[in-house]
Write a protein that binds this ligand. Structure first.
Ligand code: SAM
Length: 208
């Protein structure tokens, strides 16, 4: 599985310090396949100055798999870091009646997520905020979902590892370096907007 050397990440990732060139440098120094590096590079021109990750939607079939693997229970709270149109939080609310928070740096995406939650009658369960994921308190969630980039996952890793026992972390496609997941699932995703293989990997960690 693709891994980026920890030292590279420590040099290049900080709060809002991850720039396009840093991501590309980290990719080049990593064991990511050439194909994966090309996918990242193609996506990066869309990266605005503060963003650590470009906007790419998780296909609904992958959202469904992530939430199934999360084994949501009544009373669980979910946080999606970099929520885009809020589809992970909204699906958790609709299917499992679980409360969720989605944060994103892009105000237009946050407004869209809020509008969709309103239209779907899910406002009581869903909260969306314009917020930096590195400034988000993760302690009030039992489930954290991520569709970020390998270097951003690694930058979050120490905070994720410190969460309360039983917290589940689900990542779309990207791993956590040498912190191995407890479960992985390959999902066919014909409408995936990036990559040629049209499938996604879902990885799950449970904090012990
Ligand atoms: C790959 S998209 C994932 C969207 C959504 N979670 C999904 O799976 O469909 C990553 C999102 O992270 C947001 N983002 C990038 N850097 C961020 C940061 N530092 N804090 C919060 N959101 C960020 C982007 O605006 C984008 O919407």
């Amino acid at each position: 599985m693709a891994q980026i050397p920890e030292a590279t990440v420590q040099q290049s990732v900080g709060k809002r310090a991850l720039q396009r060139r840093d991501v590309l440098r980290a990719c080049a120094a990593s064991s990511l396949s050439l194909l994966a590096q090309r996918v990242v590079a193609q996506a990066l021109p869309a990266l605005d100055q503060d963003q650590d990750v470009p906007y790419v939607v998780t296909p609904q079939v992958v959202v469904d798999a992530m939430l199934e693997m999360a084994q949501l229970k009544p009373g669980d709270r979910l946080i999606d870091l970099g929520c885009g149109d809020g589809r992970i939080v909204r699906t958790a609310a609709r299917r499992y009646r679980v409360s969720g928070l989605g944060v994103d740096l892009d105000p237009s995406l946050v407004r869209r997520a809020q509008q969709l939650a309103h239209d779907e009658g899910l406002q009581a369960y869903c909260r969306f905020e314009v917020r930096d994921l590195f400034d988000t308190d993760l302690n009030h969630a039992e489930v954290i979902t991520l569709y970020l980039l390998p270097a951003v996952n690694l930058a979050l890793r120490p905070r994720l590892k410190a969460l309360k026992p039983g917290t589940r972390i689900l990542s779309h496609d990207w791993d956590m370096g040498d912190w191995l997941p407890q479960e992985t699932r390959m999902v066919q995703a014909p409408d995936k907007p990036v990559g040629f293989e049209k499938r996604s990997n879902v990885l799950k960690w449970i904090i012990s």
